[in-house]
Ligand binder design. Structure first.
Ligand code: 13P
Ligand code: SF4
Length: 347
């Protein structure tokens, strides 16, 4: 019997894992045998985070890829993360266990439209969030993540006109804390757009002593209720270091797995999505019309990556993510620039 596999149409069959297989042990055995490194983002399922060699935020995952000595990189995350690995490591095989694990934010910024926008503003430098396709990065001067966006924006002279894409929420937040007036692309993440002040205020009323941890991809009214705004890694670091005992977490709920592991005596409360919020604004040509989030605020793309698919990916070394060389060389420069600035800043 086959198990459902979203990349079956691409000629690959996700086989069922043979009965009585110790999947975790087999994955680790194959990873060792093939000199593979398994990277996972904090938004993936807890079992994947536990089996990975490294779990991190977008910046840390790119940094790990850039320095790995593995022959095979398995990215348990979304497609743009695997593309970033492939751009940085052209001689290595990069695998994403489900290549349909895309990202609504990356999709809200198609490269051809972004190119038009950039060409309309020739005096602007272009800053792109890492949540973009390689083709969009190719139109960029420097890539940022939520861990380094503030510092990289501030590295430009104050009078330098800037474009920031694609996340309008992160861009507006960075404008507000730096006093810049960057021109923002009108994109957003369908997961973070679904957090509402109503649901958050209700949880704050129930847990008045809780600290509110918010990812900057959330809308400004939600971010205004935060005690801390930061990348997934920054929120995790704060949760571990803080004297508070209870935290309301306003980002994709996968991060709670690591928070609970790293601060087992503390209480972490996920904020559910507000189903009354229409995420049509995140759609380009209705592409996300068929996508439904579950009751918890999970990224349906991240959740396409499963242990079974990781097992099959390692076994068959498929599906490989590759970036055409002309795009790769153009996208490499802004990613390298980000890594260099981050290293200078000790990030
Ligand atoms: P960070 O992990 O860099 O905070 O990014 C969040 C995200 O949306 C990844 O897709
Ligand atoms: Fe993209 Fe949002 Fe999912 Fe992150 S949570 S991968 S930004 S769709």
């Amino acid at each position: 019997m086959e198990i459902p596999c979203t990349w079956k149409e691409k000629g690959y069959v996700c086989e069922p894992v043979p009965e009585n297989t110790d999947m975790a042990a087999e994955i680790r055995r194959m990873a060792k045998e093939k000199n593979a490194v398994i990277l996972a983002h904090y938004y993936t399922d807890g079992a994947l985070q536990d089996i990975a060699d490294f779990v991190g935020d977008s910046l840390a995952l790119a940094q790990q890829a850039a320095k790995t000595e593995a022959d095979l990189i398995i990215m348990c995350g979304v497609h743009f993360m695997a593309e970033t690995c492939s751009i940085l490591c052209p001689s290595k095989k990069v695998i994403c266990p489900d290549v349909n694990a895309t990202c609504s934010l990356a999709e809200s910024c198609p490269a051809d439209r972004f190119a038009d926008f950039v060409q309309q503003h020739p005096d602007h430098k272009v800053i792109s969030y890492v949540n973009t396709s390689a083709a969009t990065k190719a139109w960029t001067d420097v890539v940022v993540t939520s861990s380094n966006a503030r510092q990289i924006v501030e590295s430009f002279p104050k009078d330098q006109p800037l474009i920031f894409g694609p996340d309008r929420n992160l861009g507006a937040y960075i404008n507000s804390i730096t006093g810049r007036n960057m021109l923002l692309w009108d994109g957003a993440c369908h997961v973070h757009e679904r957090f509402s002040t109503q649901k958050l205020l209700a949880l704050k009323a129930e847990h008045p002593d809780a600290e509110v941890l918010v990812h900057p991809e959330c809308k400004a009214p939600v971010a205004a209720l935060a005690d801390v705004i930061g990348s997934t890694a920054a929120l995790l670091k704060h949760a571990v270091a803080s004297k508070a005992q209870t935290f309301i977490v306003v980002t994709e709920s996968g991060i709670l797995h690591k928070m609970r592991q790293m601060a087992p005596s503390k209480t972490f409360i996920p904020v559910p999505p507000d189903d009354s919020i229409d995420t049509d604004t995140c759609k380009i040509d209705g592409q996300h019309a068929a996508m439904k989030c579950c009751a918890c605020n999970e990224c349906n793309y991240m959740r396409l990556i499963t242990m079974e698919k990781l097992y099959n990916s390692l076994r068959h070394e498929w599906p490989v993510v590759e970036v055409p060389e002309d795009i790769r060389t153009k996208a490499l420069k802004p990613i390298q620039r980000m890594l260099e600035i981050s290293a200078q800043l000790g990030l």
